[in-house]
Design a protein around this ligand. Sequence first.
Ligand SMILES: Nc1nc2c(c(=O)[nH]1)N[C@H]1C(S)=C(S)[C@@H](COP(=O)(O)O)O[C@H]1N2
Ligand SMILES: [Mo]
Length: 419
Amino acid sequence: MTIRKTPKGASRRAFLTSAAAATLGAGAARAAGDPLITEIQPWAQGFGDGVDATPYGLPIEYESDVVRRNVEWLTADTISSINFTPIHALDGTITPQGCAFERHHSGAIDMRKQDYRLMLHGMVEKELVFTYEDLERFPRESHVYFCECAANSGMEWAGAQLNGAQFTHGMIHNMEYVGIPLRTLLAEVGVKPEGKWLYVEGHDASSNGRSIPMEKALDDVLLAFKANGEALRKEHGYPVRLVVPGWEGNMWIKWIRRIEVMAGPVESREETSKYTDTLADGTSRKWTWVMDAKSVITSPSPQSPIPHGPGPMVITGLAWSGRGAITRVDVTTDGGKNWTEARLASEGKAKALTRFYLDLEWDGAEMLLQSRAHDQTGYVQPTKDQLREVRGLNSIYHNNGIQTWWVKADGRAENVEIS
Ligand SMILES: Nc1nc2c(c(=O)[nH]1)N[C@H]1C(S)=C(S)[C@@H](COP(=O)(O)O)O[C@H]1N2
Ligand SMILES: [Mo]
């Protein structure tokens, strides 16, 4: 077995300092003589903050490294750019909006609900413009869905590159949305028989226009205005965004401005020169909408080393599929020779993140950690080499290959590939 390490160079600079700063091999504190046990601490000798101190709370200062981060060399400016969810430091499945990755083509715009308008037009019986208040009067639904940018793991096609699950897999978030099924609004305007596609655009300067086939629009697409119980954050499309479950993030139009019913697709920039997959023979495949099953171990990982010696430890990660629910996740500690079925924290939900755990008695030896997702269609997450056989080396988008972390005896982990 060959281990291919992350190349030293520009990309290595993205490696977070939290890994280096972590204390390795520390033992559990003992009660006898531990002042934290035997002495009354300052926080027990006075009062804490009153309920008026924090009208809207932020994470405690000791968690201040759990933030979105950028990869500076990736984009020329921060206006048309992306940042990454700190998945290495989160647990459970819901991504707090405050640290959920952002992707903008012309920056996050500032818009008041009063100024919001949504136009439905084209091949419809009656063209209509809706205000935010209008939208609030339609029956609502609530669903948890992941949103993954098609470029997630895109920097890893040519080999192990970025040292951290945040950077290799952090173009993803998973939120509980409240919104109106798009089919409800389409029924309101009345789609003419020749209307087979939608063209959807945002209010931002980029507009990020995309074509969506009518079957998907009538199936599970939502016009969402709440995420994780509160209003969408500005970065995620306040006041209204499109939620296109299981499909690539680019189609999840933020600050949605208009929906045009059309006979065919527009073939806009975002679905021709971008978000297509260049195959081994140099041709490009378009309409790769569904995000195939994928998983990653979030801890241990390069930004989340094992902070203790041999003994009990928790391996954990995330799995998801745009085709339905995750039914099983396997974990290997020896680079794929032996696989153990991980424990799903709760039953997989369709098109939503699933948390998995493997509770391990670690012998202290180095490990080649991988996870492999299975979804309800029977699809099994491929290795990176299996993907390359079909896709070649010139792809950017839709990389759902199996990730390897090389965990050393001192608990540190590195992004590698094995063959
Ligand atoms: N209006 C508009 N919608 C947009 C974009 C944009 O730049 N403008 N970016 C798209 C892309 S490429 C992705 S991956 C998702 C990201 O959603 P997020 O910023 O909430 O993470 O939004 C999509 N919707
Ligand atoms: Mo994206």
